[in-house]
Design a binder for this molecule. Structure first.
Ligand SMILES: [Zn+2]
Length: 147
């Protein structure tokens, strides 16, 4: 699966952030990088007792699923043009997960409140967030709109 994965966007522009639709998931960061901060919050809330390393591995397992053909198919239920992440974007996602996980472990705000507030912020700025990525893909999967 990682064999035919490209390292970087075929546009060959080396800007680290690119949120234009055709460049999403292909540079280091785009709006979906922030959903991995939410992912870090979410995993901390659920699994903090298992520690950072466990959660990092869990997130790597998620990235492997997301970029396997089954995962790509799943997210395509909602995101038509999704073809999986580049290696650089996977590294960016894991970095953002770690930022989220570390931040929530240090910040003295109610964890669930922080998670919900951040998700609402993403929704207002990008009209999408961690919860909606899964929820919309799953709904479309259920109703098999695009199979
Ligand atoms: Zn590009």
């Amino acid at each position: 699966m990682f064999k035919n994965r490209k390292f970087w966007c075929p546009c060959n522009q080396y800007n680290l952030w690119d949120n234009r639709e055709k460049h999403q998931n292909k540079h280091l960061f785009d709006q979906y990088s922030f959903t991995h901060i939410s992912g870090g919050f979410f995993q901390y809330i659920l699994f903090k007792k298992y520690g950072f390393l466990f959660n990092l591995i869990l997130h790597i397992v998620f990235e492997i699923f997301e970029n396997a053909s089954a995962g790509i198919k799943f997210f395509r239920n909602e995101y038509d043009i999704y073809k999986g992440d580049t290696i650089a974007n996977i590294i960016g996602d894991l970095f953002m997960f770690a930022v989220g996980y570390y931040t929530i472990s240090k910040i003295k705000i109610n964890n669930i409140l922080l998670f919900i507030t951040f998700e609402m912020l993403l929704y207002f700025v990008y009209n999408d967030n961690f919860f909606l990525v899964f929820y919309k893909s799953f709904l479309n999967f259920l109703y098999s709109k695009k199979v």
